[in-house]
Design a protein around this ligand. Structure first.
Ligand code: PRX
Length: 658
């Protein structure tokens, strides 16, 4: 990836809709907001919280840092997230406005107004209550991309039951881990999921997960009938979503909760141990979802917004379920994948639905570039994309060549490309250009949003000068930050506010560098053992323990290798209990291990490459030499000194990819 130094500034681009200015209209306006926050951090956030959210009971306390880093925001204020996303729209004249344009995998389109969405959410909320789900109970959601996904999340929010959405690509075992860790009392799923014409039996996977034990608390499984495929049924526990909805009134008094009441728990990978449940609050989280829709995306009443993420990830939480609805936007929700029935699907959908703001992952862009270059029929230039005015990316660094292609061929050279940096833990955008305002640099996420006090420090927590790399930290707490790791406060404190940095800086886990002239940030990638594969976070340790659990495997080490399309590829080094495989056994066993990881975690964690050796290369003190393995994975000569390695001869064995 080229650095800021080698890439010229692209003048601020982006045309606000005719006759209107952007939410933050100039760099001066941006600087004024930054200054306002710097002058009185709490007053700044309090002003936003009063202006952007509707409170049942206004807050009188702003930040409570008595138990730092367990910060609390607007604690004595009361509100309801679903009220802010639905009822508020009915009151403000959006009742008949389209909330969701849904397109199924096979291209069928349906629309839902805010009024209809409100009634569906109320019915499901009533049904959940009728089944005994109450404030504070956790509900796991394992659904495909659908209107029902948003209905389910909002219904949970309406009754104050924190949801825990699990991505449909996770296996029964991963689902089980999350159900038990979060202590769910109900699950909302579908009979089947459909993607690229293929079905996946979600309900059967739920049954499999529930049969693994420790799930007695789960009394209800609600099933959305997506395909009508045959499913196993457990009487008393299982219920069809449409039947539950039919039986219920279409209004539902919201549960008014403290701003600090957990809105959801979302699991993400860390560098060690099992996935951690990132707990978000109701007030602070929703505030930033709404504000960033306006500041970053400059959302206007007639925009058509499309975020291509899955609701199983934070991007789908903030920029599908909560952000767009909190500001009364019309959005597209897509069930399928960008390459089905062909790689022109995104461009075709942008044309047909007149999308004006488009938000996707660099991996998607990179893979579509390849297809577009090979086949003019799926090239964005073959579609009318003139409705687009803002483009965004998220999830991983975007290389300047992909950025330029996106800008030129998708944006027609007139749309700003916003490289938005943030994380599951941050709730919403942290560092991002503002459309039409911030001069852009391909490959840089530019400047922190007002109120976000980002800095780059060395390993002891001291700020490094611009131009010198370090680790990214956020110095002051902000309302949409992670509150804790579900059930594991020590992991929250030690992982995010480490003592080595003084215990008062939020550690993002990414390396970063600021440009000497512009002060722009460029994210250089994770500094821990977290991989980013296609914009999905994967812990190397998780994959290692999945592999090690396989009866064939004696030992495994997993590293990432830079990958042109997917950002990083997973490379596994494996020592079998039996002899090192040769000939056709190499592929056979590698495939078996890949399938094993697919079952243990999910298809997204399957290693791209598996290499076998007689033993794991280790130092004399028994530590796996990961740095060397990373070089080996890249196909580099192992230049590091191998004299400290106990068994250097095995490195050559591993140099051979299976
Ligand atoms: O490494 C950073 C990368 O994705 C990580 C967060 O992953 P997750 O919690 O799954 O959330 C992804 C969607 C918000 C970060 O620690 N990342 C995210 N956005 C960018 C990025 N890396 C570079 N540039 C970005 N714009």
């Amino acid at each position: 990836m080229s650095t800021i130094e080698s890439t010229p500034l692209v003048p601020a681009q982006g045309i606000p809709p005719a006759g209107r200015s952007t939410a933050i209209e100039s760099m001066d306006a941006y600087r004024a907001l930054v200054a306002e926050a710097a002058q009185d951090h709490e007053a700044f956030w309090a002003r936003l919280a009063r202006e952007h959210l509707t409170w049942r009971r206004p807050f009188t306390q702003i930040l409570n840092d008595r138990d730092a880093p367990f910060y609390k925001w607007f604690e004595d204020g009361e509100l309801n997230a679903s009220y802010n996303c639905l009822d508020r729209n009915l009151a403000s004249g959006n009742a008949n406005k389209t909330a969701i344009i849904f397109e199924s995998d096979d291209g069928r389109v349906s629309t839902v107004t805010y009024q209809a969405l409100y009634h569906r959410v109320c019915r499901l909320a009533n049904a959940l209550r009728a089944r005994g789900v109450k404030k504070g109970d956790r509900v796991v959601i394992y659904l495909p991309m659908s209107v029902e996904g948003v209905v389910a999340m909002q219904a949970c929010a309406r009754i104050g039951a924190p949801h825990c959405v699990v991505f449909g690509g996770f296996s029964a075992k991963s689902l089980h881990e999350r159900i038990t860790n979060v202590g769910a009392v109900a699950i909302i799923t579908a009979d089947e999921q459909v993607r690229a014409g293929k079905t996946l039996p979600l309900k059967s996977i739920v049954d499999e997960a529930l049969a693994m034990g420790g799930t007695d608390a789960v009394k209800t499984v609600v099933i959305y009938r997506r395909t009508g495929g045959r499913i196993p049924w457990i009487g008393g526990r299982d219920a069809w979503l449409h039947e539950l909805e039919n039986d219920q009134p279409d209004t539902c008094e919201p549960e008014w909760v403290s701003a600090e009441h957990p809105l959801f728990v979302l699991y993400t990978s860390g560098s060690t141990g099992a996935p951690k449940g990132v707990q978000h609050s109701t007030g602070g989280y929703l505030l930033w979802a709404a504000v960033t829709m306006k500041w970053t995306f400059d959302i206007k009443p007639d925009d058509v917004f499309w975020c291509t993420a899955d609701i199983g990830w934070i991007t789908g939480h903030t920029y599908i379920c909560y952000g767009p609805t909190a500001v009364g936007a019309t959005q597209v929700i897509f069930e399928g994948v960008p390459t089905y029935p062909n790689a022109g699907r995104f461009w075709d959908m942008i044309e047909r639905h007149k999308v004006s703001i488009f938000y996707t992952a660099p991996t998607a862009i990179r893979s579509l570039i390849k297809s577009a270059e090979a086949d003019r029929a799926v090239h964005p230039g073959s579609f009318d994309l003139s409705t687009l005015r803002i483009l965004g990316t998220v999830g991983e660094p975007i290389n300047p060549s992909a950025w330029n292609w996106y800008s030129e061929h998708v944006g027609g050279g007139k749309c700003p490309v916003l490289d938005t940096f943030w994380q599951t833990e941050t709730g919403g955008h942290m560092i991002t250009p503002l459309p039409g305002v911030t001069p852009l640099v391909p490959g840089s996420c530019t400047l922190p949003l007002p109120g976000i006090d980002a800095a780059i420090v060395d390993e002891t927590g001291n700020e490094v000068p611009n131009g010198q790399g370090g680790v990214l930290v956020i110095r002051k707490p902000w309302p949409s930050m992670i509150r804790t790791v579900w059930g594991n406060p020590d992991r929250f404190r030690n992982g995010y506010y480490p003592e080595e940095l003084g215990g008062n800086l939020y550690l993002a886990g990414d390396g970063a560098i600021r440009d000497a002239d512009t002060g722009y940030f460029t994210i250089t990638g994770r500094v821990d053992d977290v991989l980013n594969v296609s914009g999905h976070r994967m812990g190397t340790m998780e994959i290692e323990s999945a592999l090690s659990a396989c009866p064939l495997v004696a030992e495994a080490a997993v590293v990432g290798r830079p990958d042109e399309t997917f950002g990083e590829a997973i490379v596994a080094f494996v020592v079998l209990k039996g002899p090192r495989p040769t000939g056709t056994d190499v592929k056979r066993i590698a495939d078996e291990l890949r399938a094993w990881v697919g079952k243990e975690i999910g298809p997204i964690a399957k290693p791209k490459e598996i290499r076998f050796g007689d033993a794991m290369p280790k130092t004399r003190s028994g530590k796996v030499v990961r740095r060397m393995l990373r070089s080996v994975a890249k196909g580099e000569e192992v230049s590091q000194d191998t004299s400290t390695v106990e068994n250097p001869q095995v490195i050559a064995q591993f140099a051979d990819p299976a």
